[in-house]
Design a binder for this molecule. Structure first.
Ligand code: FES
Ligand SMILES: [Fe+2]
Length: 397
């Protein structure tokens, strides 16, 4: 069935836990100070480090399928322009004109051969080179090669596009960064999928509150009683630490039946939902037959944006009738997930409103709320500069 050793191990662990009436446990409780959720100084530090020094997912390769395809990305506070060049490379630039700083591309996306600034029409190509300026006689001494767009490190891996939202002097090794998750990301084959839908939700909650909704399944049978609860085993998540990322494997209700089957017949993908955390702010949520890419990005104190891309298999080989049927099926899945996320977001906004009451000095994170514990560790390490990502993944002991 193509399961990895890790997946076989996860299934074995799930079955063991179910039999013993237990679940995945970290070694102790985590008392996480409320200041980690609502402190202006902490937020500024998070934005300056987590959302500048590390690569984040900004899109799927099908959103830059052809030369000249582009999209913009602004939520980190850095206006970014991401393009596919004539040579087929993905490039990212600061979407800021080198003349007097105007925003060059105002659209969300499209296809172009050049980008012309709306202010005085300085024109840049897909590689970010300054190609032309109106009435160049007034800039006779200008060396155009010094006024190209400022480039950001951009990468295409596993069907996704990553950008580091700040200039890097040294090259970043994206492969070293993603190595702990490489086997799993490759197995999902996201490059073969297409975007069914991409959407954003502005949230009245700090980004960490939104993030944590994907890092445990303890809440499924209370917060999602009428929706997700029945589909999954209650609070039976298995977590695999791939620091600074992790795999969060949520067994579907029928997973217990694998006990009766020989291991050779096990099919991991058909029995689990994975909510894989990619440090610092992304999730690759792998469903049995489709995938969601989530990004949770702070936009201010008590504010964040949730961006989601729903990826589904390409339907080019299907008949028109089969395609319509598939589209209805994906729409139904989309509607379910929006309902479930809506339940999470309503609770998250309530948490945000309660933060200022001072009722809690810390939030107490249970032993089975393991994803929150693992992410808190990695985030803390990055803020304290123990985890850095300049050239390769380096943890300074
Ligand atoms: S600011 Fe862009 S051309 Fe003047
Ligand atoms: Fe949830």
């Amino acid at each position: 069935m193509g399961n990895s050793h890790e997946e076989i191990d996860i299934i074995r662990r799930t079955l063991r836990y179910c039999e013993a009436g237990t679940t995945h446990m970290e070694s102790g409780l985590l008392r996480n100070p409320v200041s980690h959720y609502a402190n202006a100084q902490r937020l500024a530090q998070e934005q300056a480090i987590l959302f500048r020094e590390f690569p984040i997912v900004v899109g799927h390769v099908s959103q830059l399928a052809s030369a000249g395809d582009f999209f913009t990305h602004d939520e980190t506070g850095v206006p970014m322009l991401v393009t596919r060049t004539r040579q087929g490379a993905v490039k990212a630039f600061m979407n800021v004109c080198r003349h007097r700083g105007a925003r060059i591309v105002t659209e969300a996306g499209g296809n172009a051969t050049t980008f012309s600034c709306p202010y005085h029409a300085w024109t840049y190509d897909l590689e970010g080179r300054l190609r032309g300026l109106r009435q160049p006689a007034g800039f006779a001494d200008l060396d155009k090669s010094e006024y190209g767009l400022v480039e950001l490190p951009a990468f295409e891996r596993y069907g996704l596009i990553w950008v580091r939202p700040s200039v890097s002097e040294a090259p970043i090794s994206i492969d070293a960064w993603l190595a702990p998750m490489a086997e799993q990301l490759a197995s999902v084959d996201m490059a073969s999928l297409v975007v069914h839908k991409a959407w954003s939700v502005e949230l009245n909650m700090g980004w960490r509150i939104a993030l944590e909704g994907f890092q445990e399944s303890y809440h499924f049978c209370s917060a999602h009683k009428q929706t997700a609860c029945s589909a999954y085993l209650d609070n039976q998540s298995v977590f695999v630490d791939h620091y600074p990322h992790f795999r969060h494997a949520v067994p579907l209700a029928q997973t217990v039946e694998l006990q009766q089957q020989p291991e050779a017949d096990w099919d991991y993908r058909a029995n689990y939902m994975d909510q894989n955390y990619l440090f610092p702010c992304n999730f690759v949520q792998v469903m049995t037959d489709h995938v969601f890419i989530h990004s949770v990005i702070p936009t201010g104190p008590g504010k964040s944006v949730f961006k989601c891309i729903m990826l589904v298999p390409d339907d080019v080989d299907l008949s028109a009738e089969q395609r319509a049927k598939k589209t209805r099926y994906w729409e139904a899945n989309y509607n379910v997930v929006c309902t479930v996320f809506g339940e999470d977001f309503a609770i998250g906004e309530g948490i945000q409103q309660g933060l200022s009451t001072g009722v809690n000095e810390h939030f107490v994170i249970g032993q089975f709320e393991a994803g929150i514990q693992l992410a808190e560790k990695a985030i803390g390490d990055a803020l304290d500069e123990r985890l850095v990502c300049p050239q390769t993944l380096t943890v300074i002991e």
